[in-house]
Design a protein around this ligand. Structure first.
Ligand SMILES: Cc1cc2nc3c(=O)[nH]c(=O)nc-3n(C[C@H](O)[C@H](O)[C@H](O)COP(=O)(O)OP(=O)(O)OC[C@H]3O[C@@H](n4cnc5c(N)ncnc54)[C@H](O)[C@@H]3O)c2cc1C
Length: 344
């Protein structure tokens, strides 16, 4: 049985694991490593430190299906709708730009990470390990030796890398010598936006009195988007307090990229106070720096994946090879899976 390592427990990695489990059940031993403490990647859902029921999506906010993707990825949408993981967006998002007719918007009542957790659950038997930060990859005989921070190296027959492209390029070991000049140039040309996100968590008796569930802010140098996260996700629970999510603008994110989160958080809070002066003080605040937020230039001429070596297999996927949203990740995971299927 081949041992396959998937690096990254975000949407792309978790779906790759699920497809392998469903389509090649007795052929592979699946191992997923992620450097974070939990599943989700940029589809992460954070909990209030004082109330685990009070949650906020700090990355992806809602899932938008264009008519094309709603059709070609219908089985993925149907599965998530059947499991109650996706629900139609029922509230208004002020200032949302509709670039196309017939768009369908969905929310995730249990938080956006529930999509990723669903695919990991469907990968039954896969060994999913967090706090596993991959640092080096070496070609050893017919396989790969993968090293991680603070732990023993392990051997795999095939490796799938699903992190943002700059983080792929940071890997040490044999990767540098394996990537051809042409591929290296394509990978180095990939770019991402950067932004900060704040999650404000409130106690159960607090009410946020604004007439919208989410809103894009135009012409503000600091804040681009605000969501009353529970209202946006259509949660009706008196059990926990509301949560507010703030996304900064990309220029603000870029300007403050190298600063500490502790220094940036008060700047965003001061700007928020000007926009929503009556907002009650939160019980807890989480500040997230998204150095690699959304892809602004993806890998050219490489739809969905890039195979760095076919024997032993080393393949890269993720939104850097398509585009930054749910369908981009599905598209990439399907392409990575095709490569795995033909090589294992
Ligand atoms: C602020 C923001 C808003 C967004 N809004 C939307 C939206 O509304 N709708 C939408 O559809 N999409 C949205 N997106 C985009 C969407 O979140 C991403 O396209 C998607 O989550 C990418 O998934 P991925 O699995 O390809 O990568 P990631 O989610 O980045 O997963 C990669 C994983 O690899 C792990 N990793 C990295 N390096 C290592 C290493 N060396 N060792 C081990 N593990 C490692 C990371 O911890 C991470 O979990 C948004 C993203 C952000 C940041």
């Amino acid at each position: 049985m081949s041992r396959v390592l998937i690096v990254g427990a975000g949407l792309t990695g978790s779906l790759c694991a699920c497809l392998l489990r469903r389509e090649l059940p007795n052929k592979v031993k699946i191992v997923v490593w992620d450097k974070s403490r939990g599943a989700g990647g940029r589809m992460s859902t954070s909990r209030s430190p004082s109330d685990p029921f009070c949650t906020a999506d700090l990355g992806a906010q809602y899932i938008t299906a264009t008519p094309y993707y709603a059709r070609i990825h219908s089985s993925f949408y149907e599965e998530l709708l059947d499991h109650g993981i996706l629900k139609p967006l029922e509230t208004t998002v002020e200032g949302m730009m509709s670039k196309e007719e017939g768009l369908l918007n969905y929310v995730t009542p249990m938080g956006v990470s529930s999509i990723v957790k669903h695919y990991l659950k469907e990968s039954a038997g896969a060994e999913v390990l967090f706090d596993h930060h991959v640092t080096h990859i070496y070609q050893k005989g017919t396989g790969w030796e993968v090293c991680r921070k603070g732990g023993a190296a392990e051997q795999f027959d095939a490796v799938v890398l699903t992190m943002p492209v700059p983080q792929i390029l940071q890997l040490q070991g044999d990767l540098g010598s394996l990537i051809g000049e042409n591929e290296k140039q394509k990978l180095e040309a990939v770019s991402y936006s950067s932004r900060y996100a704040l999650g404000l968590f409130y106690k159960a008796d607090v009410h946020i009195n604004v007439p919208w569930a989410a809103k894009y802010i135009a012409n503000n140098p600091c804040i681009r988007f605000i969501a009353i996260d529970d209202k946006k996700r259509n949660l009706v629970s008196g059990q926990c307090g509301p949560a507010v999510v703030i996304h900064t603008s990309v220029p603000f994110g870029v300007q403050h990229l190298e600063e500490d989160k502790e220094e940036v958080q008060p700047i965003i809070m001061a700007e928020l106070d000007k926009l929503l002066p009556g907002l009650p003080p939160p019980d807890n605040i989480k500040c997230q720096k998204w150095r690699y937020s959304q892809v602004t230039r993806s890998v050219t001429d490489c739809p969905g994946q890039m195979t760095l070596l076919s024997k032993p297999l080393l393949v890269c996927g993720g939104d850097g090879f398509t585009h930054s949203n749910f369908d981009g990740c599905i598209e990439s995971a399907l392409k990575v899976f095709e490569v795995l299927k033909s090589s294992l």
